[in-house]
Design a binder for this molecule. Structure first.
Ligand code: CAA
Length: 258
């Protein structure tokens, strides 16, 4: 297929999906979201696929977030729609996949990029990975489930710190707080993720699906709708205009606070 931003390779039951949009550090625009959602959906219906590994092309970034250029001039309903559509179409679909998804975080995983890794079931990071939810520094909030899944994974206190500072943490800190399961050298990352995926792939597919359902059943879904609504509201503020404009002009924002 010409020009797909998602590269696919299938070996011994492990499907590796690589997000490849290097000119924008693999940022999630509509095309990437749709192509990745389609690849995840196709994998559900392919009996040869037992486990999915998700990674980013290049050494610099897993995914540097939602595409800021794409939503900088959105209004409230477009903002809300972006979050709702992305969550339903891609992020929830990954989390609710009948086959385990392992994220191999090969560099920056920021905003929607970290949210993508958190929708996966297990995360492995390379030593050069840096992770964070910097949305508040753009005048917006995480909109792809980050406020919910980060708290689920690392606990409320650490999640609050990360969401409210918008700061990035290195791989070792991510390991320490449980955000990632393992940290390895960059050249071993994909192999390590694939070996872990192969271990899962040897198990009964019906048991894997049942286990995924059971673990996920313990987590509330209520907060996701609140996040979508609050994310949309951010698009009405002067802070949002200033934050996104400052990013595009490559300068620090000066937030008016309204
Ligand atoms: N959206 C669109 N383009 C992006 C991008 C993004 N999220 N991240 C990087 N890019 C683009 C840059 O604009 C730049 O393009 P140009 O060469 O055309 O200027 C290119 O990728 C390379 O990036 P930098 O020059 O900025 O590279 P750097 O090494 O100086 O910095 C970085 C790397 C720290 C990751 C920096 O790119 C950055 O801060 N990116 C934005 C991270 C971010 O804020 N993510 C959250 C997005 S909002 C979100 O995700 C909302 C949501 O939850 C739904």
């Amino acid at each position: 297929m010409p020009d797909s931003p998602i590269l696919k390779s299938l070996e011994d039951g492990v499907l590796t999906l690589t997000i490849s949009r290097p000119e924008a550090l693999n940022a999630l625009n509509r095309q990437v979201i749709d192509a990745l959602a389609a690849a995840i959906e196709a994998a559900q219906n392919n009996a040869e696929v037992r486990v999915i590994v998700l990674t980013g092309a290049g050494e610099k970034a897993f995914v540097a977030g939602a595409d800021i250029k794409e939503f900088a001039d959105f209004n409230q309903s477009q903002g809300e729609d972006l979050a709702r559509r992305g969550q339903r179409n891609l992020f929830d679909r990954i989390e609710q996949s009948r086959k385990p998804v392992v994220a191999a975080i090969n560099g920056f995983a920021l905003g929607g990029g970290l949210e993508l890794a958190m929708a996966a079931h297990v995360r492995i990071a390379s030593t050069n990975a840096r992770m964070g939810l910097p949305e508040v520094s753009l005048g917006v909030i995480p909109g792809y489930g980050g406020t919910q899944r980060l708290a689920q994974i690392v606990g409320k206190g650490k999640a609050m710190e990360m969401v409210l500072t918008g700061g990035m943490i290195p791989a070792d800190d991510a390991l320490q707080c449980g955000l990632v399961n393992q940290v390895v050298e960059p050249e071993l990352l994909l192999e390590t993720a694939q070996i872990l995926a192969s271990k899962m792939a040897k198990n009964a597919p019906t048991s894997l699906a049942a286990a995924l359902d059971s673990v996920l059943a313990g987590y509330s879904r209520e907060g996701f709708e609140v996040e979508i609504e609050r994310f949309g509201k951010c698009f009405t503020t002067d802070d949002f205009k200033e934050g996104t404009t400052a990013f595009l002009e490559k300068r620090k924002p000066n937030f008016p606070g309204s």
